[in-house]
Design a protein around this ligand. Structure first.
Ligand code: MN
Length: 303
């Protein structure tokens, strides 16, 4: 019997520079995510959305970490919803929202497994490496900081979500698809010895090979891993509706293969899609692709 899936929406754009990714969960739901997952034989329930205030409702922002307090609050609520889904025995599928939501998602997964004395890994599919901190950030946008926060670096409000840090160890963290890295991020990645599989390496070795390596690292000594996909991992030709497009990303088939190979490992604990921005999309093609990739990550096969 297949497991159940719990959908959790996070209409968050406080962590982004460009507005509009707060509409991502709507776009993915309108593309039919709930029905499509149910057609794969899963019991699907939708937990609704985390509460996120619009920026218009707020005044003061911290220039080194915009909307720090509000993002930390939403992260705590998200962490509780994700943990509750796991307690029920469901696979959490989190719909973003800018990538700062990973702080809460991973906190929830890590908290659930920590109580069983188990560690988790992360597979981070992204054009960027998201390891800035309030000290290093060029923009002050928190969607460039979530992976650093999960590794225990940066603002305490973010590192301490769910009451403990770090959420994941560097040796169980793998970034795939990187092609735009800030100089201070390079230093932190080197200092922590994080495995970064760049687009160049992916081009040379092929997706299947790099996914095998990434999954092995993320699963080494852990119960399994959280899969978080920033839709800018994919080339803007296939996924134009994203917060921060970068040329030279994964193709349509490569992005499917990545999710299919991750699902094949049987180690996927939770799935997250971030940075869908309907304002820059055409006929919701990026929202539709997000639905397809969620299905692949849940184990959908061509044959
Ligand atoms: Mn990202």
């Amino acid at each position: 019997m297949k497991k159940s899936v719990k959908i959790i929406g996070v209409p968050m754009d406080l962590g982004a520079g460009r507005r509009g990714v707060d509409m991502g969960p709507s776009a993915i739901r309108i593309a039919g995510v709930n029905q499509a997952i149910a057609l794969q034989g899963f019991a699907v329930a939708d937990a609704g959305n985390v509460h996120v205030h619009p920026p218009e409702a707020m005044t003061a922002t911290n220039p080194r970490a915009h909307y720090l307090k509000e993002i930390a609050e939403a992260s705590e609520e998200l962490a509780q919803m994700v943990e509750a889904a796991l307690v029920e025995g469901a696979i959490p599928v989190i719909l973003g929202g800018d990538h700062s939501i990973a702080i809460g998602s991973v906190a929830g997964v890590a908290s659930y497994y920590q109580k069983q004395n188990q560690k988790i890994g992360i597979v981070w599919l992204d054009a960027h490496t998201d390891v800035n901190t309030p000290d290093s950030t060029p923009s002050g946008n928190i969607h460039g900081m979530p992976l650093a926060a999960l590794l225990g670096r940066g603002a305490k409000e973010l590192t301490e979500v769910a009451g403990f840090a770090p959420k994941v160890l560097p040796e169980n963290t793998v970034i795939i698809g990187a092609r735009s890295i800030d100089p201070p991020e390079r230093e932190l990645l080197k200092a922590l010895n994080i495995r970064v599989i760049t687009m160049s390496e992916m081009d040379e070795r092929g997706m299947a090979d790099v996914i095998q390596e990434a999954a092995a690292l993320a699963a080494n000594g852990t119960v399994g891993f959280h899969v978080t996909m920033d839709m800018d991992f994919i080339d803007p030709f296939y996924a134009p509706g994203v917060g921060t497009p970068e040329r030279g990303g994964a193709t349509y088939r490569e992005s499917h293969l990545a999710m299919e190979k991750l699902a094949d490992t049987g180690k996927v604990l939770s799935i997250e899609i971030t940075e869908v921005n309907p304002l820059y999309d055409t006929s919701n093609q990026t929202g539709t692709l997000a639905v397809e990739l969620i299905l692949s990550a849940l184990g959908k096969k061509i044959l």
